[in-house]
Design a protein. Structure first.
Length: 135
């Protein structure tokens, strides 16, 4: 059964853990193992010897998959530091910050989005969403 799967038997290889997390031990069928694998995946990914953009991209993806919004924001921000006008990244960070009800941080990224893509139609939507967050 789900609770009896010994999580420590899985290797510390983040690529293997990610495959197990996303393809084998799915949340619906194995909720306990899925959660434990997600935590182990984050730990293993944080310890990789990868650097820079590769590690930040991997961690951002893994964080999104495991529902760790703060870790995703942290790593997307690292990537954004190397590519300030990356509109999809700006929109993803804005969406996460709005979901987390962090309007001050979101406004800074919205200003960056306006500079990067002044005619982007999503700007008005982000403004409306930010206006709806209680201070």
């Amino acid at each position: 059964t789900d609770a009896q799967i010994p999580i420590e038997t899985f290797p510390d290889d983040p690529q293997i853990l990610r495959k197990l997390y996303n393809e084998i031990f799915k949340e619906k069928e194995f909720p306990i193992t899925h959660g434990l694998l997600g935590d182990r995946l984050i730990q293993a990914s944080s310890k990789t010897k990868w650097t820079g953009m590769r590690k930040a991209s991997w961690l951002a993806d893994v964080a999104r998959e495991t529902g760790k919004a703060d870790l995703e924001i942290e790593n997307l921000t690292i990537i954004l530091g190397l590519d300030r006008n990356n509109v999809p990244l700006l929109k993803r960070i804005l969406t996460l910050l709005i979901e987390k009800k962090q309007p001050e941080k979101a406004r800074g990224f919205l200003r960056q989005l306006v500079r990067a893509a002044p005619s982007d139609p999503s700007i008005e939507s982000f403004n409306q969403q930010l206006a709806g967050i209680e201070p």
